[in-house]
Design a binder for this molecule. Structure first.
Ligand SMILES: [Zn+2]
Length: 422
């Protein structure tokens, strides 16, 4: 049996147009036909899926994914997990994402040097289920920065989540080493982070180190991403050509001008759920609301919301996802970001959905074949019970994802009564 035809579906195409009723035919791993209305001719030799009015939309993209964050309560708990258990954990996490409707994920730092690469390769070879995945390096962090988790009396790279560097030559060697390991993206940790004991608006990495990383990565055609909360770190990203900027909470007017000038090249992913949940939902894991750390995240949240609204107005591409994989923000709950985009950044539901579909294809560097329902595009699709434009929160309910398709194959098949062989 060859082609799959979704009929009687409401199509959210991801192009920006309003949804329409119609049919979508899949041949191999690509979308062969998108038509409005129902075809009158009886169709032979196809697997016909009757959506009964359900929404068919492109698979979602998570812009800031760590399969190696292990749903525990600290960065140390990630670092100290032995590699064997860690690999198994990351493989299971990868399945969690596609189960949740994310058919593409951008790796945003591996917890161990080869972890992202190994998981990407296992997904691509069909060894384990998972989304399309861009593998990241460990995050490059300066001595004492985020992810330098080894105790000071026993410095050892095996006790850090980060790849700890000091100076441009360290950075150069690291970039070359991670490219040798096979990563798609070099990740830099440039600013502070409250849970790591350094205020988010502080900048730890030097301009020379960032310049070196960008020069070496780009020489080899690799992209870069950065943990950049402070205004200065955001400016360094824009100045040196970091492609994907995470957090960007404290971006000031000068930083916003610099981002806007390069808005067709770069992406911003604020990782909003991390701010909300760490400030408000982490009491049972040691971060009580009202505590110093929680208050710091409350302040950052307020500032970040204003920055994201401004970015949206300036046409800077802002995408959902980020830093899921802690006890209070576990893997698989990632669609929460869409709710926060609407609630806190004043995104329309349409814009929130486009940020995880159309912009998802763009951040995966496959804008011409990923992130939309259009003829010739890759068949990454979700069949959703209900209308996410009416309420984006329904995407958080995995039972309402009636079918999940990646690359033309069902990861989750629709129930038998929807499907008939013609
Ligand atoms: Zn992160």
């Amino acid at each position: 049996l060859d082609n799959v035809v979704f009929t009687n579906v409401r199509i959210f195409s991801g192009s920006g147009e309003r949804p329409f009723s119609g049919e979508v035919e899949i041949e191999g791993n690509r979308i062969k036909r998108v038509s409005r209305g129902m075809s009158s001719a009886p169709q032979q030799g196809v697997n016909l899926i009757d959506g009964h009015g359900a929404t068919l939309m492109p698979g979602m993209t998570e812009a800031h994914t760590h399969f190696g964050w292990n749903d525990q309560r600290s960065v140390e708990a990630i670092a100290f997990m032995p590699p064997e258990e860690h690999t198994l954990f990351a493989a299971a996490a990868a399945k969690t994402y596609i189960d949740a409707g994310f058919t593409s994920c951008v790796g945003a730092a591996a917890a161990k040097a080869r972890l992202d690469v190994v998981i990407r390769n296992a997904i691509e070879s069909g060894q384990i289920p998972g989304p399309r995945f861009l593998a990241a390096s460990q995050e490059f962090s300066v001595l004492g920065g985020l992810g330098d988790t080894a105790p000071p009396h026993a410095e050892h790279p095996g006790l850090n989540t980060a790849y700890v560097v000091s100076g441009p030559e360290d950075v150069r060697r690291g970039v070359r080493w991670f490219i040798h390991l096979g990563v798609d993206i070099i990740k830099l940790s440039m600013s502070g982070e409250e849970v790591a004991g350094v205020p988010g608006d502080e900048t730890l990495m030097s301009d020379e180190e960032v310049a070196m990383a960008c020069r070496e990565a780009k020489r080899r055609g690799k992209r870069l991403s950065a943990h950049a909360r402070s205004a200065e770190s955001v400016k360094m990203c824009a100045r040196h050509g970091v492609d994907i900027i995470y957090h960007a909470s404290y971006a000031d007017e000068e930083a916003l001008d610099m981002l806007e000038a390069k808005k067709d090249k770069l992406f911003v992913a604020p990782s909003i759920a991390w701010l909300v949940c760490t400030a408000r939902n982490a009491a049972e894991f040691g971060i009580a609301p009202g505590s110093r750390v929680a208050e710091a995240y409350e302040r950052e949240l307020e500032i970040a919301c204003e920055a994201m609204k401004k970015m949206k107005r300036r046409g800077i591409r802002v995408l959902p996802g980020g830093d899921y994989g802690f006890a209070w923000i576990p893997h698989g709950t990632n669609a929460k970001d869409l709710e926060y985009f609407v609630e806190l950044f004043d995104f329309s539901p349409m814009d929130a959905l486009l940020s995880t579909t159309k912009l998802g294809g763009e951040i995966m560097a496959r804008a011409d074949e990923l992130g939309q329902i259009a003829e010739g595009f890759l068949a990454d699709l979700l069949l959703v019970d209900g209308d996410p434009l009416e309420d984006v929160r329904i995407l958080q309910d995995h039972d309402r994802l009636l079918a999940i398709m990646k690359d033309g194959k069902f990861h989750k098949k629709p129930e038998a009564q929807r499907s008939s062989v013609r």
